[in-house]
Design a protein around this ligand. Structure first.
Ligand SMILES: Cc1cc2nc3c(=O)[nH]c(=O)nc-3n(C[C@H](O)[C@H](O)[C@H](O)COP(=O)(O)O)c2cc1C
Length: 210
């Protein structure tokens, strides 16, 4: 971290973590962070053992502080989320020495929302989704090519074709932490925690020792 990094003044941080996330994301895009929307999604299933993988951030909803991603409900992560609908999303943008940790409860969008999201995808992404069977054993790469060719034909015959398990998920945050690295190790950490609805649901901000 011995490089010039942005500074972060927590006293001037906005009241909502979504607002700060949006500002940091815009800055990440502006300075050319690669794949700034790629986030580590951590889940645990019925056995309680952690699992983690990268997903693409699709949207951030200001109203319910929702971080939105999509996957197949039949995939291991989908099964884990059905068993334990809670997760964490972690972003790391090395160019700026920034980490953002989002924790909360996960809900599935209504079927028509998931279908509309799938419908908005590129042909390549649709074909990959229609091939499906994510994380199950694949005997050989030509088997994938053959399945993709079948999906291509399916899509040509029916442009509305979609995988049955395609699902948009929203992680409704109850805690969001912003970490700004510092070359002198005076890292700045600001955690937002949402009060319970009974306490008004407002966000509280807390500085953390690095
Ligand atoms: C940059 C990047 C973006 C990805 N985006 C997604 C995504 O949005 N949804 C998804 O299901 N998998 C995505 N993947 C693949 C997952 O990391 C993972 O390999 C796959 O979803 C299977 O995970 P699971 O076995 O835990 O269910 C992405 C991988 C990378 C490296």
């Amino acid at each position: 971290m011995a490089r010039a990094l942005p500074t972060f003044a927590p006293d001037a941080a906005p009241g909502s973590p979504v607002e700060l996330f949006a500002a940091w994301l815009a800055e990440a895009v502006a300075v050319g962070v690669l794949d700034p929307g790629a986030a580590l999604l951590s889940t645990a299933g019925a056995d309680g053992r952690p699992d983690a993988r990268i997903v693409a951030l699709r949207d951030v909803e200001a109203d319910e502080a929702g971080w939105v991603f999509a996957s197949d409900a039949a995939s291991p992560k989908g099964v884990q989320l059905a068993q334990r609908p809670a997760a964490a999303l972690t972003f790391y943008w090395p160019l700026q020495g920034r980490q953002i940790r989002v924790r909360g409860d996960v809900t599935q969008a209504a079927r028509e929302v998931s279908l509309a999201e799938f419908g908005s995808r590129s042909p390549a992404s649709k074909i990959a989704g229609l091939v499906g069977r994510q994380s199950t054993p694949l005997a050989s790469l030509p088997d994938w090519d053959e399945a993709a060719e079948g999906a291509r034909r399916q899509l040509a015959n029916n442009p509305d074709a979609h995988p049955p398990g395609h699902t948009v998920y929203t992680l409704a945050a109850h805690q969001v932490e912003f970490w700004q690295g510092d070359p002198g190790r005076r890292h700045v950490r600001l955690r937002y925690t949402q009060n319970s609805p009974a306490d008004g649901g407002a966000w509280e901000r807390t500085l953390l020792w690095p």
